[in-house]
Design a protein around this ligand. Structure first.
Ligand code: FRU
Length: 539
C-alpha cells in the first residue's frame, strides 16, 4: 500500500516486508556483522516464526540473506524462537535457540554453521540430537526460553542463563556445559525478583568500571561489573541492573536493591523490547540491539504489509561519572550517513515561544542539541512543582516554571502535527534541581488509530553539565539519547502531513520562567543501503 509507504524508515534495519520481532544471535564473524531476527515470512503480524538473516560491514548498510532457520523439525515446529551466538576461542560459532515444539513446549536447541569458512554463514545445521534442554521439573512448559550467549567459568565450562518464572517471580536459570550438547543444571538461580513475571530475553554481560571499552562476555577481574537485563513479558519493557557476579555461588547481586532488575532502570522509556548485546571483538565494544515495534493498529500493519524496525545499534558502557547507570549511544558508523549540516549557536528561546529552524526538509535527521536555563530565572524562582512524571503530565503544552522546552520534530509548517522531545526541570524546596526528559506523541499524528503516549523519565544531570540530547529522526521513528545516553526514549509516530519534504524542525519553550539558551547542530541523513544480497557483493 503506497499510501502508507512514508512510514518506512530510511536508515533503520527492516526486512523488505512482513513482521519482525526480537534480534537474535548478533555477532561479528570473518569481517561481517551478522544479524538474525524473529521473522514471519507469511504476513505482518506475529506468527510462523523463523530466523531472518542479514549481514553488514558497518551495522548500517545491510544485505538480506536467505532465511537462516525455518520451522522444519518437531522441536521447533511452532516456531524458531529467540537465541544467542557464542564464539568459541578457536573461532567456532555455536548458536543456541528456543524451539516451540509440535506440542508448544519450549526447548533449547543447538545449531551451527554448515560451512565455517563461509564468512556469510548462509547455511545452518541443526544438531541431529536436538533438543539439548527440556523445561526442568517445576518449570512451566511455556516458561523456558531465550538462552544467552555463553561465558566461561573458572573450571573451563561454558555457562548460560535462561529466563523463566516461578509463580509470579521472574527467574534466571543457569546451566553449565562443555560441548553445548549435554548440559548440567546449576542449582538455584542467577537472580530472581518477585512480582516481575516471566523473564524473556535475559541478557548477562560484563562492563568495565574503568573505561569505555567493552568486554568479552567471559572476562573476569576486578575492573568488572555485571549487568542483568530482562524483558518483562507483563509490561513489555527492558529493565537492567548493575551489580556483582559471584561466580562461586552463581549469584548476581544488584548494587542497589531499589534499582533491581524489572523494577528500576530501563534501557529505554519508549518502545524498545527483547534487546540483546554482543561483544564486537573487531572494535572492542559491546553493542546493543533492540526491537522497536509499531504503535499503530494491527489493521494498519497489515495494510502497509510490514511491522517493526530495529533500533540503531547502540554501544553500551558504564557511566563512570554517576557509576549508577549505563550510557547508550548510537554506534559511530551511523555518522557516515551524515550529509549537509546546519549549526545554530546560542539562540535565545523565550518563555512561550516556538522558533522554526530553517534546515529544509526534516524527515531524516541526526540532531545534537544543548540547552541552558538562564541562571537569573533559575535563582529567582525559589521553588517550582516538586515532582514530574512524563507519562502522567500534560506533555509539551502544560507549562511549568522550568519546562517543558526542547525540540519539535516531524512537524509540519502549521504545527498540526509534531512530536516533542523535551526537558522539564523542577526545583525542590531544598533548592535541588531534578530533570526529566520526555518524548510526547500526543500531537504526533492526525490519525486516530495510533498510540499518543508521553514517554520519558528522570535523567541525571551533574554539576556544571548543560542539558543535552542527541535525536535520530527517521520518518516514523524518533530515538532520543539524553545526557550522553543516560536516559533514552524511542517513539514510533505516524505523521500524515509532516512527511518527506513537508517535515520541519522547531525549537520550543513552554516554560513560564526559564529563558533558554539553545545551541544545536543538525545533519540531514542519507538513506542506508538495505536490500537483498546479490552474489557479486560477496566481497
Ligand atoms: C520476546 C519473545 C521471546 C520469544 C520470541 C518469540 O519478544 O516472546 O520470548 O523467544 O519473542 O517470537
Amino acid at each position: 500500500n503506497s499510501m502508507l509507504s512514508w512510514q518506512r524508515t530510511a536508515y533503520h534495519f527492516q526486512p523488505e516486508k512482513n513482521w519482525m520481532n526480537d534480534p537474535n544471535g548478533p555477532m561479528y564473524y570473518k569481517g561481517w556483522y551478522h544479524f538474525f531476527y524473529q521473522y514471519n515470512p507469511k504476513g505482518a503480524v506475529w506468527g510462523d516464526i523463523v530466523w531472518g538473516h542479514a549481514v553488514s560491514k558497518d551495522m548500517i548498510h545491510w544485505l538480506h540473506l536467505p532465511l537462516a532457520m525455518v520451522a522444519d523439525q518437531w522441536y521447533d515446529k511452532n516456531g524458531v524462537w529467540t537465541g544467542s551466538a557464542t564464539i568459541l576461542p578457536d573461532g567456532q560459532v555455536v548458536m543456541l535457540y528456543t524451539g516451540s515444539t509440535n506440542e508448544s513446549v519450549q526447548v533449547q536447541n543447538l545449531a551451527y554453521p554448515a560451512d565455517p569458512s563461509d564468512p556469510l554463514l548462509v547455511d545452518w545445521i541443526k544438531y541431529p540430537a536436538n533438543p539439548v534442554l527440556f523445561p526442568p521439573p517445576g518449570i512451566g512448559a511455556k516458561d523456558f526460553r531465550d538462552p544467552t550467549t555463553a561465558w566461561l567459568t573458572s573450571e573451563g565450562k561454558w555457562r548460560i542463563t535462561i529466563g523463566s518464572k516461578l509463580n509470579k517471580t521472574g527467574i534466571a536459570l543457569v546451566y553449565d556445559t562443555y560441548d553445548f550438547k549435554t548440559f548440567e543444571r546449576v542449582e538455584g538461580v542467577l537472580h530472581a525478583v518477585p512480582s516481575t513475571g516471566m523473564w524473556e530475553c535475559v541478557d548477562f554481560f560484563p562492563v568495565s568500571n574503568r573505561g569505555e571499552n567493552g568486554f568479552d562476555t567471559s572476562i573476569k577481574g576486578k575492573n568488572v561489573k555485571h549487568v542483568v537485563k530482562v524483558s518483562l513479558d507483563d509490561d513489555r519493557h527492558d529493565y537492567y541492573a548493575l551489580g556483582t557476579y559471584d561466580e562461586k555461588n552463581v549469584k548476581f547481586t544488584p548494587d542497589d536493591f531499589k534499582n533491581d532488575v524489572g523494577i528500576g532502570l530501563r534501557y529505554d522509556y519508549g518502545i524498545f523490547y527483547a534487546s540483546k548485546t554482543f561483544y564486537d571483538q573487531s572494535k572492542g565494544r559491546r553493542v546493543l540491539w533492540g526491537w522497536i515495534g509499531e504503535s499503530d493498529s494491527e489493521y494498519a500493519d497489515v495494510a502497509k504489509g510490514w511491522a517493526s524496525v530495529q533500533g540503531i545499534p547502540r554501544t553500551v558502557a558504564l557511566d563512570r561519572k554517576t557509576g549508577r547507570n549505563l550510557l547508550q549511544w548510537p554506534v559511530a558508523e551511523v555518522e557516515s550517513l551524515r550529509l549537509r549540516s546546519d549549526e545554530f549557536q546560542n539562540l535565545t528561546v523565550n518563555p512561550g515561544s516556538v522558533v522554526p529552524l530553517e534546515i529544509g526538509t526534516a524527515a531524516q535527521l541526526d540532531i545534537e542539541a544543548e540547552f541552558e536555563i538562564d541562571k537569573e530565572a533559575l535563582e529567582k524562582t525559589s521553588q517550582s512543582n516538586m515532582e514530574y512524571e512524563c507519562s502522567s503530565s500534560g506533555g509539551a503544552t502544560e507549562r511549568g516554571a522550568f519546562g517543558p522546552f526542547g525540540l519539535l520534530v516531524l512537524a509540519d509548517d502549521h504545527l498540526s502535527e509534531y512530536t516533542s522531545a523535551y526537558f522539564y526541570v523542577v526545583k525542590g524546596s531544598d533548592g535541588q534541581l531534578k530533570t526529566s526528559f520526555c518524548s510526547d506523541q500526543s500531537r504526533s499524528s492526525l490519525a486516530t488509530d495510533v498510540s499518543k503516549k508521553n514517554f520519558g523519565s528522570f535523567v541525571p544531570v551533574l554539576k556544571d553539565e548543560k542539558l543535552s540530547v542527541r535525536i535520530l529522526v527517521d520518518h516514523s521513528i524518533v530515538e532520543s539519547f539524553a545526557q550522553g545516553g543516560r536516559t533514552c526514549v524511542t517513539s514510533r509516530v505516524y505523521p500524515t502531513r509532516a512527511i518527506y519534504g513537508a517535515a520541519r524542525l522547531f525549537l520550543f519553550n513552554n516554560a513560564t520562567e526559564a529563558i533558554v539558551n539553545a545551541s544545536l547542530k543538525v545533519w540531514q541523513m542519507n538513506s542506508a543501503f538495505i536490500h537483498p544480497f546479490q552474489p557479486d557483493q560477496r566481497n
